[in-house]
Each structure stands twice: as C-alpha cells, then as structure tokens.
Design a protein around this ligand. Structure first.
Ligand code: GLU
Length: 402
C-alpha cells in the first residue's frame, strides 16, 4: 500500500530529525550549508501552511571534532563531549543563518533524557517549546552531549526525537536518514528486498526486519543510529499517538518531496497525541495528592476547560509541580487526574484566587491554570469512575482548608 498514514499536509505539529551524515560533509567536517538552506526552504513552506515545525538535529560532534583537531577515528566519551561543545555553536548558527533567509527565528534547546522523562522537567520543557512554537520560532533541539555521561545519555537522536515528539504532542515525526525506509531484507544484498510503505503495527516480523537490515549505519562513522533505533523511535512515537516516517534525506529538498509523495515508510498511530497523553496521565501515573474544585469548575472541566485557581477549594497531600493529582468534585467524587502546574504549598495559597492575583501572592509569575486542559484526563462518566471515592491522602496540617 502506498498511501501514507498521515500525509505531511495533514500534520499540525511536526518534528523533523536530521542525521549528522546528511548535514555534515564526512570528508571535511563542514556543514553542508546549501543542503541546509534547502531544508530551511522546505521548513518555511510548511510553516507558511500553518504548521508548527521543530527540528531535532545531530551534528555537533561531527562538526566540532575538526575544530579540536580530533581526526576521523573513533572518539572517547570526553572527546565527544568536547567536540559537541564546540560543534553545537556552529550547528545552531548554521540553522539560524539558513532560516533567517525566511525571517524565521531559531531557538536552541539542549535536552537530556530526564528533561523528557521526568514529569516536572517534562512539563517545563514542553511549555517552553510550545511557547516558542506559538511565537513562530523553530526550536532546534539536540542532546546536551557535553554534560551527559554514558549512563544518562540518549546516545542517539532517533529516540530523543521520538521523546520530544510525544512530549510536545506532535502528530508527525519525520526521520530524515540515508535510506528511504524499511525493507524486508537488505536491499544492497537481496534483489528481492521489498520496500515497506506502511507499518500499521510493529509486529515481531517488522522488528526482525530492522534487526537484519542495519543499512543505515551512515557513512563516515558520523551517526550512531541504525534501523533498530529508528524502530525504537517508532514504538515511542506511535505509542504517544504520533505518526512517524523514515525517509531519505540526502537529496536537496527531501522534506518538501515527502509532501509530494516521495517514498518512505510510514508508521501509523492507533490514537491521537492528546488522547495518548491523557491515557498516560490517567493510566500510568499514580496520583500523589488531590485538588478539590467547586461545582462551577467541575462543570467547566466537563466542557474541556482548564482548572483555574479560582475554581479550586482545597488541596490534599504533598505534591510538587508536575505531579499527578486527583481532581475531586465538591462531593468528593473523582472527576479525573491532572498534572498540577503548582506545588501543593503554592497551590494552597492561590486557591479561589483570580489568575491575575497569582504573581502578587506567590512573588513569581506562574501559570494561569492550576491544571491545564491538556494535562487533565477526566474520568469517564458512566464507567464507574464517578462512584470512585477519594482514596485517603495525607493532608498537610497547615492546609487550613474547607
Ligand atoms: N547528539 C549527537 C550530535 O549531535 C548525535 C547523536 C545521533 O546522531 O544520534 O552529534
């Protein structure tokens, strides 16, 4: 089947992952600025069509090593970290130059696994990245290679890109690589190797194909990923409701060509990003406290609105910003679970208050919402949820509630 799962034209928020081997000339270590300019043209066209575009780019080590005289051989971890420190500046500058041609502002973001996995940091990173997108910038993201040690690194940007894509509820992740997708066997060796245009489910057979076909070990030792990390990325993306494409990126305007039907392997998610996020919140996170709301807020939540401090009447338990909390109606029925934008000690101080009063009360300008609608998973009425009673949660002595 040749029909893509989510054509590029339908995506609202997409993440494009660029491998080192596409961006950096293996022989000289120089950034291929003409290629990058063409990519910037494609990004500008996608943005002009109303899409938000984020880039996850490798290349800091490949670019930086030559400026430190590190040659072409394999590098020790600390040499890679040093190379990344000097290469990242050049990488960011190259993106800035390419996108400035379209008056697009670039924002550099360096992340480590904890920033996408740990809830508190996840919430911060997500909010900042989404704010940048709203302001029209293109976030250019890479791993914070310089400070990460072996154990706390992603090590490959395929998985990092998938984590970022699900963190920001992107609906499409494109891995631009040096192959145009997944094959049933190694196409360099087997003339009968079949290109897989669409993967509806990552079955053991599909996984086995990726194991056999390690054809993406990109030239010049520039990249760490293979088809296996791409499949890991697909699992993460699809699980987060995000479609993914593996597409060939060497040619100029490869991204643009994808929208006109260039060959790729498309992975189809079973659900929407927001639905997947809400399932993650309601299904996998254990609430560590609770926020009680008044009847007006309960009705607003049912209409898909965020919880504002004005509608909250009580706090139970001790929780930090980003922690999952139960949301209780006035009669203690569980309305759902959400990620609190405030720690319990601050939430208590702004209960019932207007959003514009927050800064005066807390001494800092926090979020307008106590729980943003996107961070809230409501219990479904009629499925027993409304019969669920509040589980006992330790109440801080100083809460002074109700
Ligand atoms: N973060 C590394 C770099 O920028 C690349 C990792 C990868 O290519 O997967 O050099």
């Amino acid at each position: 089947m040749d029909t893509p799962a989510i054509p590029l034209s339908e995506a609202r928020r997409l993440v494009v992952k660029i491998g080192s081997a596409l961006l950096v000339d293996g022989a000289t270590g120089a950034i291929r600025q003409d290629w990058l300019d063409a990519l910037a043209d494609d990004i500008a066209a996608l943005k002009a069509g109303g899409r938000e575009v984020l880039v996850v780019s490798s290349g800091s080590i490949a670019v930086g090593r030559r400026h430190l005289g590190l040659g072409n051989g394999s590098l020790k971890l600390e040499e890679k970290q040093a190379a990344a420190a000097t290469g990242q500046i050049r990488l960011a500058h190259a993106y800035q130059t390419a996108l400035a041609r379209h008056d697009i502002t670039v924002a550099q973001i360096l992340v480590s696994p904890a920033d996408t996995e740990e809830r508190r940091r996840h919430l911060n990173a997500r909010n900042t990245i989404l704010q940048l997108c709203r302001l029209g910038a293109v976030p250019v993201i890479n791993e914070n290679d310089t400070v990460a040690t072996a154990e706390i690194r992603y090590g490959d940007n395929d998985r990092l890109a998938a984590r970022v894509a699900t963190m920001v509820s992107a609906d499409l992740l494109i891995l631009l690589s040096d192959v145009d997708g997944l094959y049933s066997a190694d196409p360099h060796r087997d003339p009968n190797a079949r290109h897989i245009a669409e993967v509806a489910e990552i079955t053991p057979e599909i996984a086995a194909m990726a194991g056999d076909v390690m054809v993406t070990r990109e030239r010049g030792g520039l990249s760490t990923g293979g088809m296996r990390t791409k499949l890991d990325a697909a699992r993460i993306a699809v699980g987060g409701g995000c479609a993914m494409a593996i597409a060939a990126g060497r040619e100029m305007h490869a991204l643009g060509q994808l929208s006109t039907g260039a060959r790729a392997t498309w992975f189809r998610p079973a659900t929407e990003p927001l639905a997947a996020r809400k399932r993650w919140i309601s299904g996998t996170l254990k609430p560590v406290g609770a926020i009680r709301v008044d009847a007006g807020a309960a009705a607003a939540l049912a209409r898909g609105k965020s919880l504002l401090p004005a509608g909250a009447t009580g706090i139970e338990g001790t929780f930090e910003r980003g922690d999952p909390v139960r949301v209780l109606g006035p009669d203690d029925h569980v309305l759902g679970t959400g990620l609190s934008a405030y720690a319990a000690e601050d939430a208590i101080r702004i209960l019932g208050r207007k959003t514009r009063e927050i800064a005066d009360i807390l001494g800092y300008d926090g979020r307008s919402e106590l729980i943003h609608a996107d961070d809230m998973a409501l219990a479904r009425p009629g499925r027993g949820a409304s019969d669920e009673r509040t589980p006992p949660v330790a109440r801080p002595a100083d809460a002074g509630l109700e």
